[in-house]
Design a protein around this ligand. Structure first.
Ligand code: MG
Ligand code: MG
Length: 614
């Protein structure tokens, strides 16, 4: 399957974009007209540049406001088209995208539109070119793919066909039907974009919020399968307008884009009944994501100051220091099945350096990650050390693939035993979730990374007003809820005024009895975060909480949330070092969230504690 990307998806000048597309392994590009106009390279040189980079120019776009106009305007439009055909010849491009008119001069007359597009296609054919007609979702008279198909059929010219753009189709009709019945030779081009579900003007939605496949809410697998079932022969091409991608490093965005197509192809290979056999054979199929059994451990990088602080906090939470690494300044702490690795040799800043997941097959997990363009990390190992495969996540943390169990090559054998964790002192049994702040530019990339590389599903999207700005939050979890990662980020790029914790991270531990655990923690001198009385007054007003329970919650800073499936109780430690804290959670029944509603209260409390300390 050939893969293309529109230059408009990427940041930079035309040359930046072409280099990034080629480096990420794309076969071709759509040249967006504005990128060409602003480029110092003449069209012949752009063509040579693409040849050097191994890129074909699969589409020239967009040609606007052509059809259904009066005779004089038609002549002016044809003159404009002839110039573009000459330009395309110099570029070596043979297909032009003509999008449905938005002009107030266009009339609502399908016969006229078809006749004029026929004329345009005739002229294109004389130049050895084709016209791909696309219905913009906000086209003045033509704004559905079915309507554009009716006009193309009526136009009846071999050089006139359709461009299907998933955004324009799915923004208006989430489950389109009939695409598979369009003759393949009439499907000239396929543009793919995902998007979040937003209730807003479709033009604004398209211009600012498109995403790469797998990052939004559209069912692109079914859509693309229908197009392939129609025997579409062209490339899978991405056309994504996104405010953040427009300012992100193009090399990285291109890799993100490539990952999105590989993951989409994998999904298509999973619906074989919809995809014709020859296309099916071309789809990439990374090794299937192995089932995940939970977190093997979380690794915290610590320095000379934070190491003892975090160690004391873990001890106060009931963790035992059970192992010392054979060759590195690394400690293993454990309670129940919750394991924390403190690494004093990784760097200077305190933070979650790695998340290790338990997989059925670490080798397969690693091969899958590699095929999905996850950067593999080199590992240094001593003579007796387990070979842990690791890849880099978008936020710079590592993801390790482990099989802890009875495996003699287990990473646990790297540690000399210094203690034992046979009793769970505070009732903590495992890691419930890990919260990672994502760099602003990479939030959507992170969603796709965890979704595709680890096979986790995005869910529980929320936005909340925190003391220092809007925060967006999204969880990615395995189907059984054993690996849950919460991705947080600013909704807007942060300014200078940021008195909150920069890029906070947390590790949440599970208990079956939050009050008993919190009481033990308090007795052991754990640095529990104090929550203002106002919170409990409000909670009492909103919910009828048993007075004894409310008193305990108040005493230990336990917060509460409820959803349709159950309840959630959680408390937090103060900040340990510059950005990391621990959370203790109890899930009652089938509560699936993370208490996002309480995050602003927790953030304000963290701020107050910090101010009180300085
Ligand atoms: Mg388009
Ligand atoms: Mg949390």
């Amino acid at each position: 399957m050939r893969r293309s990307i529109a230059t408009v998806c990427l940041s930079g000048t035309l040359d930046d974009k072409l280099r990034a597309a080629a480096a990420a392994g794309f076969d071709g590009v759509e040249i967006f007209e504005n990128d060409l106009i602003a480029a110092p390279l003449r069209p012949e040189r752009v063509r040579e540049r693409c040849d050097e980079l191994g890129l074909s120019i699969d589409l020239y776009q967009p040609f606007r406001d052509f059809e259904a106009v009066g005779p004089e305007q038609l002549e002016r439009n044809l003159r404009r088209a002839r110039h573009k055909f000459a330009l395309m010849r110099r570029l070596g491009a043979d297909t032009v995208l003509v999008c449905s008119s938005v002009s107030p001069d266009a009339v609502d007359d399908d016969d006229l539109a078809a006749e004029q597009l026929h004329r345009l296609a005739s002229e294109a054919a004389e130049h050895g070119m084709r016209v791909a007609y696309e219905a913009l979702a906000w086209g003045r008279h033509v704004n559905t793919w079915r309507h554009s198909w009716g006009i193309v059929r009526r136009g009846d010219h071999p050089a006139l066909g359709l461009c299907l753009d998933s955004f324009h189709v799915l923004s208006r009709e989430p489950e389109p039907s009939g695409i598979a019945d369009v003759p393949g030779e009439k499907l000239f081009f396929l543009q793919l974009a995902d998007a979040p579900r937003l209730d807003m003007d479709v033009l604004q939605w398209s211009r600012h919020h498109r995403l790469f496949p797998g990052q939004g809410a559209f069912d692109l697998t079914s859509f693309t399968a229908q197009v392939l079932a129609a025997e579409y022969q062209g490339p899978l091409s991405l056309e994504v307008f996104n405010d953040v991608f427009r300012q992100s490093p193009p090399d990285r965005a291109a890799v993100d884009a490539m990952r999105s197509l590989i993951a989409l192809e994998e999904g298509l290979a999973g619906v074989p009944e919809l995809v014709r056999p020859d296309a099916r054979a071309e789809l990439s199929r990374p090794p299937a994501a192995p089932e995940l059994a939970g977190f093997a451990f979380a690794e915290l990088a610590v320095d000379a100051d934070s190491g003892p602080v975090v160690g004391r906090a873990l001890a106060s939470l009931g963790f035992a220091h059970i192992g010392q690494h054979r060759s590195k300044p690394v400690q293993l702490w454990q309670q129940g099945e919750a394991r924390i690795v403190l690494n004093a040799g990784a760097g200077d800043a305190t933070g979650i350096a790695a998340v290790a997941v338990e997989t059925d097959d670490p080798g397969r997990s690693a091969r899958r990650a590699q095929e999905l363009c996850a950067p593999a990390l080199p590992r240094t190992r001593g003579p007796e050390e387990a070979d842990l495969t690791a890849v880099a996540a978008p936020d710079g943390s590592s993801v390790f693939f482990c099989r802890t169990g009875a495996d003699p090559a287990s990473w646990l054998s790297d540690f000399i035993r210094t203690g034992d964790a046979s009793t769970s002192i505070a009732g903590i049994s495992r890691i419930d979730h890990i919260g990672l702040t994502q760099p602003f530019d990479y939030f959507d990339e992170a969603t796709l990374f965890y979704r595709s590389v680890l096979g986790l599903d995005p869910r529980d999207d929320s936005e909340f007003a925190a003391p220092f700005g809007l925060v967006r939050s999204r969880a990615v979890t395995d189907p059984k809820g054993r690996v849950r990662i919460v991705l947080n980020g600013s909704l807007l790029r942060r300014g200078e005024w940021a008195p909150d914790i920069p890029d906070p991270q947390h590790i949440a531990f599970h208990t079956d009895d939050i009050i008993a655990t919190a009481r033990t923690l308090a007795e052991r001198g754990a640095p529990l975060l104090r929550v203002p009385d106002n919170y409990y007054d409000d909670l009492d007003a909103r919910r009828h909480v048993d007075p004894d329970l409310l008193a305990d919650m108040r005493a230990y800073g336990v917060l509460h949330d409820r959803d349709a499936h159950g309840e959630y109780f959680h408390c937090h430690t103060e900040l340990l070092g510059s950005r990391v804290f621990f959370e203790i959670v109890q899930r009652v029944d089938d509560y699936t969230g993370y208490g996002a509603v309480n995050a602003p209260v927790r953030m304000a409390a963290h701020r107050d504690t910090r101010l009180a300390r300085t």
